[in-house]
Design a protein around this ligand. Structure first.
Ligand code: PSZ
Length: 490
């Protein structure tokens, strides 16, 4: 009955999705449904685990993949089990597995040579690098942003964004001068002020920004990420925790926004008093690893305003939300900012790390945002193809359509199984829901996997969806169908 209702609703909402394979040829080659041949983990997986664990700590490994056999939205493990993948390598596969456009990406000699001759980009970029940056990364830049650096990963992107924020802050402190004093030049070699200034980067409780040291200081999602590592004394403000459904809790949620914005202001003042002023503030458009917590466009606009008032670089971390899963290329497009953010960091579905920045964040000195590789032109060959497929196949529209099917289905399930799941939320296919306890959440996750759905969890009690951009309404139906069975059997 529920399934019929939802299908009827799907058709009413989405009259145009009759031809489900029009979006992507790779989907036509997928299995029809998940198909498990052994228990999970199966014997091959267990053997491989022993092998890997004898070389390194492999406790985080869930399954070994047979990447030759993975197709589209389906992950195939070492035992031949076929899973519908709604986690997609921690949300980092824009077009699923083995997309034909990417399989052919290095067929021509120029692309192949771009891949194998990896340059030290900061010193010897290729003759086509400026044009490649323009054609690929700048072509999808957030509105109002025209400058970009590439980096290897998300942590590295944030790390360098913090440096760019500090450079700019110091130039302002010096009244616009870009010269260093002798005292700065000598004190910096002892890690002491004034060459090494006392500045801070503000983040939010529950945030995740990476695991390198400065990024790790701003990460506040789980103790295990941070234990035993030194950290800077930097502030963490409160990030909204909304009550659901949103439309029935507008007053409480507005108060929550106000409380969190007050906490931002208080920390700015406190750290100024402490002599460690805030040079940058970093925020995820949807707080992801910490539990998929969203905040209102008003909250984000106020945040940007506060940063402007205090000369703080407003850094939006789109590492997980960027490149389409929310239904827009950049999730912050939903917030209607009056000005572009100062810095937008990315990685994951963008295939390369990096950050976009506004003109004042371009360091006046060379060689300060720098490392050996600074990204990889081979990744831009792939990203070029990904962007073309996103445009040609209108994948952002597909994300919105599939997201609507998924979300309405989840809303029905949270009504029917209200003791098991609640607080359905998110944008596009970047969706999540909670269980009342961690134990129940973990049980749902495990039982879904036993029925062939590879999902993800985050925070203490959330289950999150992070499918590829080629996830179609028919895949959403399979997911909902299996979730329903799992909830019924609990
Ligand atoms: O456990 C981990 O290290 C994980 S699990 C998911 C991530 C990391 N996400 C990475 C991430 C992110 O989600 C946001 C919003 N910002 C920065 C990062 C760091 O990116 P990487 O992992 O590429 O360094």
């Amino acid at each position: 009955m529920l399934r019929l209702n939802r299908l009827a609703l799907t058709r009413k909402l989405l009259p145009s999705i009759q031809c489900t394979t029009k979006y992507s040829t790779v989907v036509a080659q997928e299995p029809q449904r998940p198909n498990l041949k052994t228990e999970v983990p199966g014997p091959n997986t267990k053997r491989l685990f022993e092998q890997l664990n004898s070389i390194q700590q492999a406790g985080s490994v869930q399954l070994f993949a047979d990447y030759d056999k993975c197709t589209g939205n389906y992950f195939v493990d070492a035992d031949g089990n076929e899973f519908l993948d709604v986690f997609t390598q921690i949300s980092s596969l824009p077009l699923g597995y083995n997309h034909p456009e990417l399989l052919n990406a290095f067929d021509d000699p120029h692309s192949l040579k771009t891949l194998i001759n990896r340059p030290a980009l900061g010193v010897f970029p290729s003759v086509d690098w400026p044009q490649r940056l323009r054609n690929v990364l700048i072509s999808v830049a957030p509105h109002g942003m025209q400058s970009v650096f590439t980096m290897a990963c998300g942590s590295c992107s944030n790390e360098n964004a913090y440096k760019a924020a500090m450079f700019s802050y110091r130039v302002k402190e010096r009244g616009g001068s870009v010269d260093f004093t002798d005292q700065e030049m000598t004190s910096v070699m002892k890690n002491q002020p004034p060459g090494t200034p006392d500045l801070s980067i503000m983040s939010f409780e529950g945030a995740f920004h990476g695991r390198t040291f400065a990024a790790l200081t701003t990460t506040r999602s789980k103790p295990i990420h941070k234990l035993d590592c030194v950290a800077f004394d930097w502030p963490a403000a409160k990030f909204p925790r909304y009550k659901y459904p949103l439309d029935e809790n507008t007053r409480e949620n507005k108060n929550e926004d106000a409380k969190c914005l007050d906490s931002v202001r208080e920390h700015i003042e406190a750290y100024k008093k402490k002599g460690r002023p805030v040079a940058g503030l970093i925020v995820e458009p949807i707080q992801s690893e910490g539990g998929d917590y969203e905040a209102s466009p008003e909250f984000f606009r106020s945040l940007q305003k506060i940063c402007k008032q205090h000369n703080i670089a407003f850094i939006v971390d789109e590492v997980q939300t960027g490149a389409g899963p929310t239904g827009k290329m950049w999730c912050h497009e939903y917030f209607d900012f009056p000005h572009a953010p100062d810095i937008v960091t990315f990685s994951k579905k963008m295939l390369t790390g990096g950050f976009y920045f506004s003109p004042e964040y371009k360091s006046p000195h060379a060689y300060r945002i720098f490392n050996t590789w600074m990204g990889d032109p081979g990744k831009l060959v792939l990203l070029d193809k990904v962007i073309k497929v996103i445009k040609q196949d209108k994948l952002l529209d597909l994300v919105c359509k599939t997201g609507a099917v998924l979300k309405s289905g989840l809303h029905e399930l949270e009504k029917e199984f209200s003791t098991h799941i609640h607080s359905v939320r998110g944008r596009g296919t970047f969706l999540a829901y909670n269980s009342p306890t961690t134990e129940l959440r973990d049980k749902i996750f495990t039982n879904m996997r036993k029925k062939g759905v590879m999902g993800g969890v985050c925070g203490n009690n959330a289950i999150r969806l992070r499918p590829a951009l080629i996830f179609e309404p028919k895949h959403a139906e399979i997911y909902l169908d299996i979730l329903r069975k799992v909830l019924k059997e609990l």
